[in-house]
Write a protein that binds this ligand. Structure first.
Ligand code: C2E
Ligand code: MG
Ligand code: MG
Ligand code: MG
Length: 279
């Protein structure tokens, strides 16, 4: 009986596994077409100065609208793109699009400090990544200082080679931010060695800021750490005026979140440029 139960359990697991495998395969095949079929687009989320409500920067966020299945969330397709290696082609496309858009905004007289682009661990591990970034900047004629690359702590696993890559990027003049900070396992000694400019406080600490004293303590600690290490800091996922007040009180001045705006099309972002001050 034990043997039969074991077999059943195995059959159950393998059925569940293959359902996931099939979904992954479908996403992978869909993604291969998506680039060519122009189903991928960039949306832009404003990064706002919480003191005056003005746009300081915008983060490029990838959107995929499948011809049959409709919108597919990045959380579902980015991991598949990573594992299949498609992220290299997609990542190049994102960089080119983002740099091109930023250059067009500047030519049109729009003011902003920088555009932010997410980079996945696999892209960063590529020997020639800094050259690819350089090529995208040159092609768009965008000043490197206008580009900020967002890395996650999971990017930092391959210690030495990643560190070299980051120094190569800084040598180009691009800015580096550590995204979703506090959710990974990077050590503080690692942080000390990283040539980064900014920490982004993960949304999970901002969500319950007003109710959870632990989250408040963590956010404060990150803000203080950024201050002493001379790093800029941005809060993610700011949805309420209450969160805004708490963050401002701990010295965090820049935020992104639904209190200000979700990610919108490039066209819609235009309303943010030259916007009068307000909260
Ligand atoms: P992320 O880089 O941390 O981006 C912020 C995510 O938080 C975005 O989700 C954004 O829509 C969401 N968000 C912003 N404000 C709020 C808020 O107030 N409340 C809530 N609940 N959510 C908010 P999105 O667009 O679904 O992207 C998810 C993740 O996918 C990103 O997290 C990033 O890690 C990844 N991603 C997106 N685009 C790219 C890309 O071009 N390349 C790579 N490698 N990863 C990307
Ligand atoms: Mg990001
Ligand atoms: Mg983030
Ligand atoms: Mg996040």
């Amino acid at each position: 009986a034990a043997k039969a139960a074991g077999r059943d359990r195995y059959a159950f697991y393998s059925a569940a596994l293959s359902a996931r495998a099939v979904e992954r395969l479908q996403i992978e095949q869909g993604l291969r077409r998506a680039l060519a079929a122009q189903e991928l687009r960039l949306h832009w989320q404003p990064l706002v100065s919480m003191r005056d409500g003005r746009l300081r920067a915008a983060e490029a966020l990838l959107r995929w609208t499948h011809a049959e299945h409709g919108p597919i969330a990045p959380e579902r397709f980015i991991p598949v793109a990573e594992e299949s290696g498609l992220i290299d082609a997609i990542g190049d496309w994102v960089l080119q699009q983002a740099c091109g858009q930023a250059a067009r905004w500047l030519q049109a007289g729009c003011h902003f400090e920088r555009v932010a682009v997410n980079v996945s661990p696999r892209q960063l591990q590529h020997e020639g990544f800094a050259q690819r970034v350089d090529a995208a900047l040159r092609q768009a004629r965008l000043a490197p200082e206008k580009l900020e690359l967002e890395l996650t702590e999971s990017c930092l696993q391959n210690g030495d080679s990643v560190l070299r890559a980051l120094h190569g990027l800084r040598a180009l003049g691009v800015q580096l931010a550590l995204d979703d900070f506090g959710t990974g396992f990077s050590s503080l000694s690692m942080l000390k060695m990283l040539p980064i400019n900014r920490l982004k406080i993960d949304r999970s600490f901002v969500r319950d800021l007003a109710r959870d004293p632990n989250d408040l303590a963590i956010a404060r600690a990150i803000a203080a750490l950024a201050g002493t290490m001379d790093l800029a800091v941005t809060a993610e996922g700011v949805e309420s005026a209450e969160q805004r007040e708490l963050l401002l009180a701990m010295g965090v001045q820049e935020a992104q979140g639904w209190l200000y705006s979700p990610a919108v099309s490039a066209q819609e972002l235009a309303t943010w440029f030259n916007k009068p001050a307000g909260i």
